[in-house]
Structures are given as C-alpha cells and as structure tokens.
Design a protein around this ligand. Structure first.
Ligand SMILES: [Fe+2]
Length: 332
C-alpha cells in the first residue's frame, strides 16, 4: 500500500518526462563502505542499529543525461522552495510534481543496489515527503546549506546534482566518529577532529549514509550560483525496526496539508504489516498477557501517531550547531 498518492491540483512541469533507466541511470560501486565499527560504535550499539553501514565514498548513480533532466525539473520546482532554521533553502514533496522523480525514486534496480550496500533489504521511505528532498543553495550566503545534525530518517543517499567544479565551498562534511563523540567535539570546538570533507567527482554521484548515526552537514557556499543535492530516504523492507522519526521533526519543515495525512498513512502501514505478521505467528496459548502484549506492540505506531497528531506544540527540527546539547539524542 505504500504506493505514492498525489494530492489533487498539483501543477505539471514543462520539463517533466518519464525516467528512462537506459538513458538516465548509471550505477557504479563506491570505492569504500565505512561501517559503524569503523566510526567507533560499540558492538552493543551496532547490534541495536538497523544497519551496519555508516557511509560510503561517492558512487555514480545518474548519467549525464539523467542529471541534465533533473536540473531542468529542479529549476521549475524552485518555485516551491521553503526555508527553515536548520535547512536554509529546500524543496519537499518533489515526487508530487514529477513523473521523472517518481520513476527514479521507485526504481527496483536502485533499491536492490542500496539494499546490498546497506546489508539489509530496504524500500523507499513510505512517506512521499521523505523522498526526493532537495537542498538548494541558501539565498543568504552566510548560511550553511544544512547545519550539523543527524537525520530523522535511518538511511539516505545524498546525490550531487550540480557540477562540483562550478561552485566553491558547499562541501558535504561528516564526523568519522560516533554521534556522542561528534557532539563532544562540537561542544569543545577544539579543532573538530575526524571531520571528513567529501569531494564528489562530478554531478550524478551520490553517497549513502546511515544518516541517524553519522553527524553531518553541508557547509556554506562561498562562490557559484548553484549547489543542489537530492536526498532520498529508505527504511527496512520489514516493519521490524525502531522508527526514529517523529511528527515534531516535520511540523516546521513540511506543509501541514500534506504532512498529517502522510504521517497517518505511514504509521498505518507499519501497524498493518505488524498485524499481518501477528496473524501468522501468534501461538496457540492461554497466556492472555502475552497475547495482549503482542497486540499492543502491533498497534503501537498508530497509538503514537494519534498522540503526536494531537500534540499542540509547534515542533522543532534539531541541529547541533548552536547548542549541541539541545540536539543530544540517545544512541539507541
Ligand atoms: Fe542530513
């Protein structure tokens, strides 16, 4: 049921067309895959994490032709750009508008590729708003594209859409250390050790990261007219994972007229799949406590969604840049 639904009245883009894997896709393996253990995560932390991967080196994902069409589509989508305290200039819900992006983001070949790299079968994030997120160059040049943070999604790739030779600065950077260690470094500001500055060879290259475990940012753009990336998010194919995303993370980022329905659909999907599993696996037993426990666990996502939808707070998307302690989350 996780197929995309498009809200009514979405405008059509002039540059849009169907995604053609023959022409637009160019998948190549990354040189290196770093795992959580390479970042200093303990065995216990690795065991609790949904994926073993930390981050890859850049790998080719789109052909030159694919990049060309994507840039034309994003130029039109810029009319729908938004600003937030953390992300300076961005577009959400790009799949609502573009057949090309819907085709690209749903491609089975890419999904298989990401599954192999991450070590677990994945699917595109069931919330359309979490797919095809686009970061644009900030209109205020003093602002970072995206401040130090970990993602509220579990796994995502960052695709460079602009020729990296056409702008200065704007590097994607990450700490090659645990989240706790990165935050300690940000608090002490003692030279920020272990920061890796990623060099994308050209447009069409992407890196894959377990974004909730890797503290990263996209730095200020010092020169150039364009610096665009597309972020595509994935979740494990099975519903048996701890979902780190919270409705509060999205309230200041996404249009509420799409967000609330998407949130409810996502949580319903997880619960439906867990209930389906339960119907197949629940043992014959007189242990009413155990049956109740399993029933409650299966519908927990829906209970949480109702609770979050009725929380009147404005929401906040955390980052570590000003006060790292405010963004300190447990490393479950
Ligand atoms: Fe991120």
């Amino acid at each position: 049921m996780s197929e995309i639904r498009i809200p009514e009245g979405m405008p059509q883009l002039k540059s849009d067309r169907a995604f053609d894997p023959e022409k637009d896709l160019q998948l190549e393996q990354p040189e290196r895959v770093w795992e959580l253990k390479d970042f200093g995560y303990t065995q216990q932390q690795q065991d609790k994490a949904p994926f073993t991967i930390a981050v890859t080196t850049p790998f080719r994902l789109l052909s030159d032709k694919g990049v060309e069409t994507l840039r034309e589509i994003i130029a039109e989508l810029a009319a729908f750009r938004r600003q937030s305290e953390r992300m300076a200039n961005y577009i959400r819900g790009s799949l609502y508008y573009s057949e090309f992006l819907r085709g690209f983001c749903a491609l089975e070949e890419v999904n298989d590729f990401i599954s192999k790299l991450s070590g677990r079968t994945v699917r595109p994030h069931p919330m359309t708003l979490y797919q095809g997120h686009i970061n644009l160059k900030p209109e205020d040049p003093s602002k970072e594209v995206d401040r130090w943070h970990t993602d509220t999604v579990l796994l995502d790739y960052v695709l460079m859409v602009t020729d990296p030779k056409s702008f200065k600065g704007g590097h994607f950077e990450y700490f090659q250390s645990t989240k706790a260690e990165a935050i300690r470094s940000l608090i002490k500001e003692d030279g920020l050790p272990n920061v890796v500055k990623v060099e994308f060879p050209k447009a069409g290259y992407a890196l894959l990261q377990q974004g909730n475990k890797v503290v990263h940012r996209a730095n200020r753009v010092e020169a150039g007219n364009e610096r665009t990336t597309l972020v595509q998010s994935f979740v494990p194919r099975d519903a048996n994972y701890i979902d780190v995303s919270k409705l509060n993370d999205c309230k200041k980022v996404d249009p509420p007229e799409y967000l609330f329905t998407e949130w409810a659909r996502y949580k319903s999907l997880l619960a439906a799949e867990k209930l389906q599993q339960l119907t197949a696996s629940l043992p014959y037993t007189t242990d009413k406590g155990e049956i109740s426990h399993q029933l409650r666990a299966a519908i927990r996502d829906v209970e949480e969604a109702i609770f979050e939808l009725n929380d009147p707070s404005e929401g906040a998307l955390v980052h570590f840049s000003d006060d790292p302690l405010t963004g300190l989350l447990p490393e479950g």
